[in-house]
Design a protein around this ligand. Sequence first.
Ligand code: FAD
Length: 288
Amino acid sequence: MKIKDILQNNKVTVSFEVFPPKEWAKLADTKKVIEQMVRFNPAFMSVTYGASGTTSGYTTEIANAIMKGGVTPLSHLTCLTSSREKIDSVLDELEDNGVENILALRGDIPKDFVESKGQDFHHAYELIDIIRARGGFCIGGACYPETHPESKNRVEDIAMLKHKVDCGLDFLTTQMFFDNEKLYEFREMCAIKEINVPIIAGIMPITNAAQIKRSIELSNCSLPKKFEKIMERFGDNPDAMKQAGIIYATEQIIDLMANGINNIHIYTMNKPDIAEKIMKGLSSIIDE
Ligand code: FAD
């Protein structure tokens, strides 16, 4: 099923993200994780793609496992370090496997990356152009409520986003954020710029102190005082931190829904217990 159809009617949807293993030997473990997660009835499940393209084979395998569990898969695809031929072959593979949804991304710039003249891709919109011209896929893209770390300012970031959406995106998924006010401001900016595709809010449940440091470094997002206090109080107690992180994420989702954001994507980090606890915390809300 196409995600743009799942998002129709403004119904509440909760979806999950998984990442592929780094080596084939671990594929069976990841498939077990998926078997457990599909039981919680996500609206769809996304599978990430290594920026260097090294895990591309696993992405299709994982998408197949998600479909086998009766859930719609969304395959991420990055382009910066890929050739046009490589992208065409991944698109062929996804199509042959019945994967209908792609999150089209540039990918983070690898540390040792040097721009070359013959480089086929520089930005996500070039990948979106190719997928749209080929036809048949529902296409999503990434957006950043607190602006992309490489953007000079928010005005430039939103202008680039508008261009990207106009290249043929069907929906957007946000970078993680911990302060819902940031998303509400971003939603207004998008409305002013006539970015009218559905925006799926990406929620990262922070369940340990090391994870928050890594997440903030990667995403450039801010931490509200309330969350800092939770870290100060429970950061050294793994069980307490996990419980508090799950409750914080659940409360964030409830507030988003109360403010009319009906589509939530949870960065479940291959942890079925976290997906389960959040879904239990929302059971009557999702069935409303
Ligand atoms: P772009 O849309 O190309 O934007 C990157 C920067 O370039 C921005 O600053 C933008 O404003 C600017 N820009 C865009 N277009 C232009 C233009 N025409 N001219 C000049 N500047 C421009 N990474 C992975 O490696 N694998 C994944 O699976 C993955 N999944 C993700 C899922 C989500 C929901 C999100 C939010 C991010 C994900 N990422 C993933 C990270 C992502 O690859 C990085 O954030 C990357 O730095 C930017 O990707 P993008 O597609 O947003 O790039």
